[in-house]
Write a protein that binds this ligand. Structure first.
Ligand SMILES: NC(=O)C1=CN([C@@H]2O[C@H](COP(=O)(O)OP(=O)(O)OC[C@H]3O[C@@H](n4cnc5c(N)ncnc54)[C@H](OP(=O)(O)O)[C@@H]3O)[C@@H](O)[C@H]2O)C=CC1
Ligand SMILES: O=C(CO)COP(=O)(O)O
Length: 314
């Protein structure tokens, strides 16, 4: 079955390459395809990975006829993108690959699809998967969440991509969104010299925070133990290839921040903090990330505040 990928950032491009290389007919849509059409490579976002000959490019959404549509635009652009293009998506399955929570509305990608494109079927693809690994053909396991995930699991398991299925879109969405926030916290800790034991503590207590938030939003208790929760948390909190971890690292070291890089955890930390406060959910690490990013407190003040919290049972 043919597949369209909308958004030619690093991840959308890598998925399009991996699926096309595995023999799936793929159309990759981007706002501007001129350079990619000439070089048969995404030199801006994913340099070094040539396109398979059969991969089709377009800058015209009306060319996209595939029933399965992977959405690979950044989270904070998704709401406007769906609003502008809802009419194109009637009868399609929209598989969001972005990770985060919309800052203005507090909605997840699946919530946005359900509200803005009611004639489409929402799904999520999430889990530990650096674009460069996917594009390089390295083995990658992901979670595909949908109300009826099995047909999609079969359609999108190809080549180096192995998909597990789930029906808990709330849990899978929260796992992918929140692992980026905890990765920023871990980057801050390592960058500020707080040590690897502190990172392990942040990962573990951050995982507890992710579970609390997910369950309060209606997730199943076990979902975050899977690829989109524990799996992606492990990858992102331990690798400098993660833009969220690298952002925290440079902030922790007091270095200049890179411009124009997609760092989903920044807006998502704020969105989670706001939603958690409204719902009365205790999210100390997320709140510290927000406070440090805004400059309200230093990393060392955050460390003191976390160490001084009331003692509790694990
Ligand atoms: N990179 C990775 O390893 C992974 C990323 N993800 C997730 O995928 C999502 C996208 O990330 P990634 O591909 O890395 O992002 P990039 O920063 O590489 O690229 C973002 C892309 O989004 C496009 N875009 C931005 N705004 C719009 C818009 N309004 N309409 C259409 N296209 C738009 C940009 O197009 P233009 O060039 O025209 O500006 C650009 O191609 C994120 O949520 C991320 O968390 C998930 C797993 C792995
Ligand atoms: O989600 C990712 C890997 O699964 C990519 O993480 P970053 O956005 O932090 O680079």
């Amino acid at each position: 079955m043919s597949v369209a990928v909308l958004g030619a950032g690093a991840f959308g491009t890598s998925l399009a390459i991996a699926l096309s290389r595995a023999g799936v007919p793929v159309t990759l849509w981007a706002r501007d395809t001129r350079d990619m059409a000439r070089t048969r490579e995404n030199t801006l976002r994913l340099p070094g990975y040539g396109f398979p000959d059969d991969l089709t490019l377009t800058d015209d959404l009306s060319d996209v006829t595939a029933k399965i549509v992977l959405l690979a635009v950044p989270m904070q652009k998704l709401r406007a993108f769906l609003t502008d293009n809802a009419a194109q998506f009637t009868g399609r399955t929209l598989v969001a690959t972005c990770k985060g929570i919309d800052l203005e509305t507090g909605e997840s990608p699946a919530d946005l699809i359900a509200r803005l494109c009611p004639e489409a079927t929402p799904a999520l693809l999430s889990g530990p998967s650096f674009a460069v690994d996917v594009a390089a053909g390295l083995p990658t396991a992901l979670t595909l969440a949908a109300r009826d995930p099995e047909p999609l699991q079969h359609a999108l398991t190809a080549g180096n991509l192995r998909l597990y299925r789930a029906t808990d879109m709330v849990g899978v969405g929260v796992g992918g969104a929140m692992k980026n926030v905890i990765a920023i916290a871990c980057g801050l800790a390592i960058g500020a010299g707080l040590g690897e034991s502190a990172r392990a503590a942040l990962m573990t207590r951050g995982f507890a925070e992710m579970n609390r938030f997910a369950i309060a939003r209606g997730a199943e208790p076990d979902t975050l133990q899977g690829l989109s929760g524990f799996g992606d948390l492990t990858l992102t909190c331990t690798s400098e290839k993660s833009r969220n971890f690298a952002f925290g690292l440079s902030l922790g070291r007091g270095e200049a921040q890179p411009e124009g890089v997609t760092i989903e955890g920044q807006a998502t930390a704020k969105a989670v903090s706001i939603a958690a406060e409204k719902a009365g959910i205790d999210m100390p690490i997320t709140n510290m990330v927000v406070a440090v990013m805004s400059g309200r407190i230093t990393i060392h003040e955050a460390r003191e505040l976390l160490l001084a919290r009331p003692l509790k049972e694990e």
